[in-house]
Structures are given as structure tokens and as C-alpha cells.
Design a protein around this ligand. Structure first.
Ligand code: NAD
Length: 255
């Protein structure tokens, strides 16, 4: 028996990275998965491979959420789970951040999460689960990612309020807070960005020194945490942030 047998779960930002691994693992565990993203070609390919349905969904757009919900209703007739995973990262000091850049990060990360909770929360008549993707930077500061950190702190606020408001409807809401996870977001070079292999090696060396467990996390490891929070194993847990960061947030080592 799978841990998600018979459940319908929508994962945003599921064309690659952590969302892709969540969609794959959830399908393996018996869920009927809806893969949602703005990257249509890779999103459709993932969906096809795992027997899921793909929907184009820009999480910051209210009308896209309504259209996605219509597809879910038509295809499955219900929804039991949501993973708000889609997110974007921009590097800039606060003093240099243009308002447009700040607002775009908020639109995708924070508004996207709010719209997901509201759209799917209203639809879950028989209870369900919502997992929001915050970050290590939702719990502490990090220079050069001010807009991102602000949006991830906000996601934890949304998670707590949603948990309080939706508990009586049988909906549990939790958040995952990943540290550095090996995906195209944390390794733009792997996604064709600047720096190539040299940049990739520098990033690895950096995290070897910085993270107590000596490496970046794997998207599959975050997927397993999202699975735990989406299935009966976590039946008495709601409103909480779960850090998955190889010990990074534990403190500073002086030896
Ligand atoms: P990624 O860039 O590989 O994947 C993000 C996915 O979100 C992509 O498929 C992208 O197309 C999609 N996306 C972007 N904007 C979207 C939008 N407006 N609507 C719908 N989809 C959109 O990154 P990832 O590392 O897999 O990130 C997944 C989540 O984990 C993000 O919320 C990110 O902030 C968070 N996170 C990542 C790390 C890390 O180190 N990789 C650490 C902490 C938190």
C-alpha cells in the first residue's frame, strides 16, 4: 500500500528540482498527481512519465489558479493535497534592489503561496494537507537575498495562520525549510547559467565547509519530508516549520 493511495495532490513548480521529486515520489506512493508549472515542456514530460496530469499554472496569477482548479475538478473530481513549492530567488543587496524585482519575488513566493492555500483550501471539503515551501532563510537572515528571505518569512506566517483557520475543516498546514539543496536554483550553472563546472565545484566546496553534514541536500530528501507532512504519518502535526538543512541552522562551529 502506498502512503498516498487514492489521494489527489497538486504540486506547484513540479517541472524540475524539488517539485519534480515530490511529484515523482507522491505518484510512487499512490497519489494522483497534478504537475503544475510555467515550464510547459519539461512539466508535461514529467507528468507523462509518472502518469500525472500537467497544468500550466503561474502561481502568482489568480485566474491561473481558477483554471488549474477547473482541470483538477474535471479530471479527478476532488483534491486532497497541495504542495506550494514554486519559488524564485534573486540576488541583490537591499539597497540595490529595484522595487519591481522585490515585488516579483513576493508575487511568486508569497502571493503564490497565499493563492494556493485559498484556492485549494476552499475546495478540500473532506480535509487534506498543505505543505508550503519556505526556506532556511524563512527562519534566519542571509545577506544578498533580502526579497527572498522576506517572502520566505511571510510563508511561515501564512502557514501558522492557515493551520489555525483550517484545522476545524480537517486540513493540516505545515512548512518545509530547506537549507542548500542541489537544484537548478542553487546551481544556476547546471541550468546553463554562468560559471559552468568551475562555479559548480566552488559551490560544492563552499557547502562542504559551511554545512555540518558536509554537503548540499538532495531534492529527493526534501521530497521525503513533504511526503511525511502529506500523509497519515504526520496526522497530529500542523502549523509547524520543518528545517531540513544538514545542520546549518544549528549554530556556528568554532573548531
Ligand atoms: P528550481 O528553480 O529548480 O525549481 C523551481 C520551480 O518553480 C521551477 O520548475 C520553476 O519553473 C517553477 N516556478 C518558478 N516560478 C513559477 C511561477 N510563477 N509559477 C509556477 N511555477 C514557477 O528550484 P528548487 O530548488 O527546486 O526550489 C523549489 C522550492 O524550494 C522554491 O520555493 C525554493 O525557494 C525553495 N528552496 C530551495 C532551496 C535550494 O537550495 N534549492 C533552498 C530553500 C528553499
Amino acid at each position: 500500500m502506498g502512503k498516498l493511495d487514492g489521494r489527489v495532490v497538486l504540486v506547484t513548480g513540479a517541472a524540475r528540482g524539488q517539485g519534480e521529486q515530490e511529484a515523482r515520489l507522491f505518484a510512487q506512493e499512490g497519489a494522483r498527481v497534478v504537475v503544475a508549472d510555467v515550464l510547459d515542456e519539461p512539466g508535461e514530460a514529467v507528468a507523462k512519465e509518472i502518469g500525472a496530469r500537467y497544468v500550466h499554472l503561474d502561481v502568482g496569477r489568480e485566474d491561473d489558479w481558477q483554471a488549474a482548479l477547473a482541470v483538477v475538478r474535471e479530471t479527478y473530481g476532488r483534491i486532497d493535497g497541495l504542495v506550494n513549492n514554486a519559488g524564485i530567488l534573486r540576488f541583490n543587496s537591499l539597497l540595490d534592489t529595484p522595487l519591481d524585482e522585490f515585488m516579483e519575488v513576493v508575487r511568486v513566493n508569497q502571493v503564490g503561496c497565499f493563492l494556493g492555500i485559498r484556492t485549494v483550501g476552499r475546495e478540500m471539503a473532506q480535509g487534506g494537507t498543505i505543505v508550503n515551501t519556505a526556506s532556511y532563510t524563512g527562519l534566519t537572515g542571509m545577506a544578498a537575498v533580502g526579497a527572498y528571505a522576506a517572502s520566505k518569512h511571510a510563508i511561515l506566517g501564512l502557514t501558522r495562520v492557515a493551520a489555525l483557520e483550517l484545522a476545524r475543516r480537517g486540513i493540516r498546514v505545515n512548512a518545509v525549510c530547506p537549507g542548500a539543496v542541489d537544484t537548478p536554483m542553487s546551481r544556476p550553472a547546471a541550468a546553463g547559467g554562468a560559471g559552468g563546472e568551475e562555479a559548480a565545484r566552488a559551490i560544492e566546496g563552499f557547502y562542504r565547509r559551511l554545512v555540518p553534514l558536509g554537503r548540499m541536500g538532495r531534492a529527493e530528501e526534501v521530497a521525503r519530508l513533504a511526503l511525511f507532512l502529506s500523509c497519515e504519518d504526520s496526522s497530529y502535526i500542523t502549523g509547524q516549520p520543518f528545517v531540513i538543512d544538514g545542520g546549518w541552522l544549528a549554530g556556528v562551529s568554532v573548531v
